[in-house]
Design a protein around this ligand. Structure first.
Ligand SMILES: [Zn+2]
Length: 485
């Protein structure tokens, strides 16, 4: 009898065998039929092609079976029909700078192992790269729990712990003093299952080179948020991706010394920013740097939401963001916000002045457009750090809006945030676009983001591997938790 029961249960679960959701995960699932047809929906397929009206997408066993005109679509008899008049479907977002931690203040970061995976998924982010880990064992465990269906969240590409050099400002990061230490660190974490690495501000060229070579030997990619090493130097060393863009590149600063980060204090940050802000993206050296990155196939990850928060009076304050935070996190963010909106005191003269971040932000947007125009692969991330108002998932949506603010069309911005990430990860045959045979990672949005990009915030259902999650329930389940866990 017992065996029979188990057989029946196993038989019934066959379709979901790869990912049988736990009772906790089940709470967030609203569509879990073997065959689903999303009918009469607008489709933005992620390739950059124009939106197609009145389409039907058939999902079968976790994959997209067909996409076509609703009138002539071949819908299987047993399909669960979901009428999506007035809705748009886009591919699941691929978040390429999507940490699992949040700034607790005083350069300390807390792992958000409960709230962040749910917020990412709720916002339509079905794949992330963690792009620097503070708790790599936790990130690895989360990847496993999510893949097994025990937790609701995105597919995770776990980045190893930060590869930082000596005298960094974040004590949770290791300080690699020699190339040998870098090789040992890369191999140790590659053995434990991380699938990419990130170098940080104070690493030297020799140590970075050793880390890149060791990672490449294992078939793993390396990105960097660099300061001591310039973009062109990193490209020559073989780096695969650069985080944040020109806003952090110090190679054009007149006082830059090899292997040294000139931004080590608030005063030097302002000094460097003031000087670099005088440059134009059209200037010869910047154009040359862009050509260099493109010819070395180095991608750039855009993280506009974290920078936007540094621009005085710019950030739109959203109730959903404040609601997700703990009281402490909310108070800290609001205090940071007020401080930034007040006139800035010049660290040298003590006089009131404008923050350099307004100009820096505009320059970054211009750089990203020029990089794409030159044939560069631009990736979309968010970086949920900074002053604390850029949260998992919500920030990924904001990134797409800010790419449009930067001058990309909504279709181009969605292409960058979906297809380009999949291309970098080598997963174009599975994710990043809507086409037959791809995994059914789909975001159901009320409205039309091809016309009004802010509609991207109106996510109602997120399909991952053909299972539809309830966005509102995921968000509600972590209300007040950001900053705690
Ligand atoms: Zn980051």
């Amino acid at each position: 009898m017992r065996t029979f029961l188990i057989l029946v249960l196993v038989g019934g679960c066959l379709l979901a065998a790869a990912q049988s959701p736990s009772p906790e995960t089940r709470k967030f699932i609203k569509v879990d039929a073997p065959v689903v047809a999303l009918t009469h929906v607008r489709v933005i397929d992620g390739t950059g092609a124009a939106a197609r009206e009145d389409q039907t997408i058939v999902i079968s066993k976790g994959k997209i079976e067909s996409v076509g005109d609703a009138l002539s679509a071949n819908v299987p008899k047993d399909a669960q029909l979901i009428d999506l008049h007035g809705y748009t479907v886009i591919p699941g977002l691929v978040g390429m700078h999507d940490h699992m931690f949040y700034p607790a203040g005083d350069a300390i970061f807390h792992e958000m192992a409960i709230s962040f995976p749910r917020l990412y998924l709720a916002a339509g982010v079905t794949t992330i790269r963690t792009t620097g880990s503070i708790e790599p064992y936790m990130d690895l465990a989360l990847r496993k729990e999510i893949d097994e269906g025990k937790e609701a969240g995105p597919r995770i590409h776990v980045t190893g712990p930060y590869l930082e050099g000596p005298n960094g400002w974040a004590p949770q990061m290791t300080e690699l003093k020699t190339p040998e230490e870098a090789v040992a660190t890369v191999n140790f974490w590659a053995d434990r299952g991380v699938d990419n690495f990130k170098a940080y501000n104070f690493i030297s060229r020799a140590t970075l080179k050793a880390a890149i070579d060791a990672a490449h030997k294992r078939g793993l990619k390396v990105t960097g948020h660099l300061c001591s090493v310039g973009f062109r130097e990193a490209a020559a060393l073989g780096i695969d991706d650069l985080e944040h863009g020109i806003a952090v590149d110090t190679e054009f600063f007149s006082g830059k010394k090899p292997d040294e980060c000139p931004v080590s204090s608030r005063a030097s940050m302002v000094e460097v920013a003031d000087e670099l802000n005088k440059m134009q993206v059209s200037d010869g050296p910047i154009q040359e740097m862009i050509r260099d990155l493109v010819s070395h196939h180095v991608a750039v990850t855009s993280t506009l939401p974290v920078f936007e928060l540094f621009v005085p009076t710019k950030t739109p304050m959203q109730q959903r963001v404040l609601d997700a935070m703990s009281e402490t996190a909310r108070n800290q963010f609001l205090q940071n916000r007020v401080r930034l909106d007040l006139p800035m005191r010049d660290p040298k003269t003590g006089e009131g002045r404008m923050s350099p971040w307004g100009r820096r932000f505009e320059q970054e947007k211009e750089f990203e457009r020029a990089f794409v125009k030159a044939g560069g692969l631009l990736l979309a991330g968010e970086d949920p750090t900074g002053i604390g108002g850029d949260l998992a998932g919500f920030g990924d949506q904001r990134e797409v809006e800010l790419l449009v603010e930067a001058g990309f069309t909504p279709l181009e911005a969605i292409h960058i945030a979906t297809y380009n990430g999949a291309q970098y990860l080598g997963e174009l045959d599975r994710i990043g676009s809507i086409a037959p045979g791809r995994q059914a990672d789909l975001v159901v949005i009320k409205g039309d983001p091809s016309k009004n990009i802010e509609d991207i915030e109106n996510v109602e259902t997120v399909f991952k591997d053909g299972v539809g999650y309830d966005s509102a329930k995921l968000i509600e389940s972590v209300r007040g938790l950001v900053g705690i866990r």
